[in-house]
Design a protein around this ligand. Structure first.
Ligand SMILES: C[S@@+](CC[C@H](N)C(=O)[O-])C[C@H]1O[C@@H](n2cnc3c(N)ncnc32)[C@H](O)[C@@H]1O
Length: 303
């Protein structure tokens, strides 16, 4: 299924299929028409994921299988009811963020989804290849909601950044991000803290990542205003929000990428660039027509 030139990707596919054989037709479709550049990125991601998982790779693959089954249940609810199952942060906190064993499985599953879900891979590639190279030398970078930690790790290994910090509301996410940095052998200093973005301490940053977090908060406009307050004048944010994307902790439903981008502009940002990545196997046109998941990403500058 995977050309021999991408050995880490090929072996991770095999490890995943050993745990989740029913995923074979999905995974072969996922990579069938991938360009060499995309396969090279996927191979690099696979190598990182294998290193992070280490001897527990089969557990991580099992956690991904569990996540895929949970998402199908959420998808069925979404299709029947036209809304997400939860609507308050308190519910998501009790069921997911503060539920240590659940959250660990969930974050491990999301780590593998960075590779198995085309929209996730595409956004991460955009972050690495477009957003990070555009940051000024000496930038102070923060990620809110690093979860599995891969975005934060990619920022941390960018030598032009002066400092890197990560804030998350979930103790399990902080523990997983810490483990990711350790497994990948990151030698530098990284400030990780348990922080709800609405209670953010003062501090000025030149760059903030907010990826797959806005749909988790009750007041996305207030969250974006909090991000703007944390940014120095002219600072940039990488804001990634999946639309029509049911999950156990998603409480705010954005139905179109334009709704996301309008919310970002109304909170005091100019949008410099956007990137739209539809769910695996769908064109953008089809995803829009059928209200399938699209990752809507903006590079936004504080006005
Ligand atoms: C789906 S994960 C995103 C992981 C990663 N950024 C990505 O894009 O794949 C969402 C993360 O946001 C965190 N989160 C949710 N609400 C938050 C809040 N109000 N303040 C800080 N972190 C929050 C969760 O604990 C979780 O680790």
């Amino acid at each position: 299924m995977i050309p021999a030139a991408y050995p880490d990707l090929a072996s991770l596919v095999q490890a995943q299929l050993a745990i989740f054989p029913e995923h074979e037709s999905y995974l072969s479709t996922r990579f069938r028409n991938a360009a060499p550049r995309d396969l090279a990125f996927a191979n690099e991601l696979a190598a990182m994921i294998k290193t992070i998982a280490g001897q527990h790779l089969s557990h991580f693959c099992a956690d991904y299988r569990w996540l895929a089954e949970v998402i199908i249940e959420e998808e069925i609810f979404f299709r029947r009811e036209g809304r997400y199952r939860l609507s308050t942060f308190a519910e998501a906190d009790a069921q997911v963020y503060s539920n240590e064993p659940y959250m660990r499985r969930y974050v491990n599953g999301i780590l593998l989804s960075q590779l198995w879900w085309a929209n996730h891979t595409s956004v991460m590639q955009y972050f690495r290849d477009t957003y990070l190279p555009g940051l000024p030398a000496g930038a102070r970078h923060l990620e809110i909601g690093p979860g599995h930690g891969l975005y934060l790790y990619m920022a941390a290994r960018e030598p032009r950044l002066a400092s890197v910090a990560g804030w998350d509301v979930s103790p399990a996410s902080i523990a997983v991000t810490t483990a990711t940095f350790k497994a990948l052998g990151y030698p530098g200093r990284i400030d990780l803290a348990l922080v709800n973005l609405f209670d953010a301490p003062g501090g000025q940053f030149d760059s903030i990542t907010l990826s797959e977090v806005l749909e988790h908060v009750e007041e996305p406009d207030q969250a974006l205003r909090a991000i703007a307050r944390l940014l120095a004048p002219g600072g940039r944010a990488f804001i990634n929000v999946p639309v029509n994307s049911p999950a156990p902790d998603h409480i705010i439903l954005f139905r179109t990428p334009e709704a996301v981008f309008d919310t970002i502009r109304e909170a005091g940002f100019d949008i410099e660039a956007t990137h739209l990545a539809p769910i695996s196997g769908a064109t953008l046109e089809r995803a829009r027509k059928l209200a399938l998941t699209i990752s809507a990403t903006a590079i936004a500058r504080k006005r």
